[in-house]
Design a protein around this ligand. Structure first.
Ligand SMILES: C[S@@+](CC[C@H](N)C(=O)[O-])C[C@H]1O[C@@H](n2cnc3c(N)ncnc32)[C@H](O)[C@@H]1O
Length: 223
């Protein structure tokens, strides 16, 4: 194959064969896979990549919207320095026991501040308490209906050069008008996310790159 013919990305099988996953993350992933909603978990490669970025920028203050069983939180907590802290929130305690069990097993619970609150509530509280401009990294992975608000408020909380990551930019296998059966998102949500991406592209406050990892990851830097 010439250079231009070579596929840009290797297959998942090839990546998996060289991917090293922390044992606590592996246990949590296996436990999550048994849940009916297990597909909601962040892709392990995505989590590993974001944890790597957090290390690269020496992040100490991280916010996650949408905890689920806590894979991202665990991945980041393992990467953060001793003084590092991650705030994460969810609107249900349904998966809190499993998350807490694995965070405890990995001895990183002290770095994780779980809040049983909506993403909106947590963002508003952090802003009201003077958190603007203090976060190194924010990961948006909650509901897809309020992404515009999450983007604006997260941007406010980020420090200059801080990183904002948004998952599911490709919105599953969905494309508008598609008849795919396993589409997880509504047409309205797909349109909203696409409009947001287009707006961010032209937003002078940020620089954005979209990475084709898993369901598409927007990597946004606050200028
Ligand atoms: C895709 S999952 C998150 C996956 C998680 N980040 C991980 O590491 O595996 C989305 C989560 O967002 C939560 N959620 C839904 N609406 C929310 C809201 N308004 N505020 C906060 N969390 C919400 C859901 O309960 C669910 O656990």
């Amino acid at each position: 194959l010439t250079n231009t013919e070579k596929p840009l990305f290797k297959s998942h099988e090839q990546i998996n064969s060289v991917f090293v996953e922390n044992e606590h993350l592996r246990c949590l992933r296996e436990a999550t896979a048994e849940l009916p909603l297990g597909y909601m978990q962040i892709d392990p490669h995505q989590a590993a990549f974001i944890a790597f970025l957090a290390g690269a920028i020496k992040a100490t203050k991280v916010l996650e919207l949408g905890t689920f069983t806590g894979y991202f939180a665990l991945s980041l907590a393992l990467a953060l320095p001793e003084e590092g802290r991650l705030i994460t929130c969810d609107i249900t305690t349904q998966w809190k026991t499993i998350a807490r069990h694995h965070w405890d097993a990995a001895r990183v619970s002290r770095k994780i501040d779980f809040r049983l609150r909506s993403a909106s509530h947590v963002l508003n509280t952090l802003i009201a308490k003077g958190g603007s401009g203090t976060f190194d990294l924010v990961f948006i992975d909650a509901d897809k209906d309020n992404q515009d608000e999450y983007f604006e408020k997260s941007l406010k909380l980020l420090s200059p050069n801080g990183l904002l990551l948004i998952d599911n930019i490709f919105m599953g296998k969905a494309s508008i008008g598609s008849k795919q059966e396993d589409v997880k998102f509504s047409k309205d949500q797909i349109i909203k996310v696409r409009n947001l991406v287009n707006r961010i592209r032209n937003d002078k406050r940020v620089d954005m790159n979209i990475l084709p990892i898993a369901d598409g990851l927007a990597l946004i830097r606050k200028l």
